[in-house]
Design a protein around this ligand. Structure first.
Ligand code: SAM
Length: 204
């Protein structure tokens, strides 16, 4: 009988990709403005502090700082990505941790006005557990912002659309609405030719 092959841990998988130069679509200035404007509409003020979950090499963190946020922190499982993120963001607080165990990370007891998660949630095993942990890291009127490619029921996606990097739109929306009092969506650009991308903003 064949011995089952050992699956790489998230850290092994992503360190391998970043070591080969992996890079992801940067946060567009237009989308960042739309996120900050919508967050302000939902809370009555601009966020001062942010945490980027799955921050990768730190592009979103640099842009959040440039947009005026006072303190920006990041978590990623890839030490390789964080080395790069640290060079670009020497004043940000960065931690290597597995988001599948967010509730037991060093950050679990800290609170942020904005918790971002861009192009990452599709890779997490327990999305309900992740959302509950992320919610626990928000200030009283804090905003969770999840940017993710989505798949729509009834649409057949081509292999090039990379269904593995997307979440089911209806199921993920339902999960957010079960966990948060107010959920709003920006259906913005198309992710190149890789299907629809949605930004969800959620508040307790
Ligand atoms: C597609 S990349 C996006 C990176 C970044 N958010 C961006 O938009 O450039 C997905 C990121 O999620 C991180 N990631 C994936 N699974 C993770 C996990 N279980 N724990 C922590 N980080 C994870 C990867 O290391 C990678 O940096």
């Amino acid at each position: 009988m064949d011995t089952p092959t050992k699956q790489p841990t998230p850290a092994e998988k992503w360190d391998g990709l970043y070591s080969k130069g992996a890079a992801y679509k940067p946060l567009s200035p237009l989308l960042l403005k739309a996120i900050l404007d919508r967050a302000e509409q939902m809370t009555g003020h601009r966020p001062d502090t942010a945490l980027d979950l799955g921050c990768g090499t730190g592009d979103s963190m640099s842009k959040l700082k440039a947009a005026g946020l006072k303190q920006v922190s990041g978590i990623d499982c890839s030490a390789v990505a964080l080395d790069e993120a640290r060079q670009a963001n020497p004043d940000c607080d960065l931690t290597v941790a597995d988001l599948n165990e967010l509730q037991s990370s060093d950050f679990a007891n800290r609170k942020f006005d904005l918790v971002m998660c861009k192009l990452t949630v599709a890779f997490l095993k327990d999305k309900a557990g992740f959302l509950a942990a992320a919610k626990g890291m928000l200030t009283d009127d804090g905003i969770l912002c999840v940017i993710t490619p989505v798949l729509h029921e009834g649409i057949e996606y081509a292999k090039e659309d990379k269904p593995g990097i997307a979440v089911d739109y209806r199921g993920f929306s339902r999960l957010l609405n079960e966990n948060f009092g107010e959920v709003t969506e920006l259906h913005h650009d198309y992710f190149g030719d890789k299907g629809d991308t949605v930004t969800f903003l959620a508040k307790s």
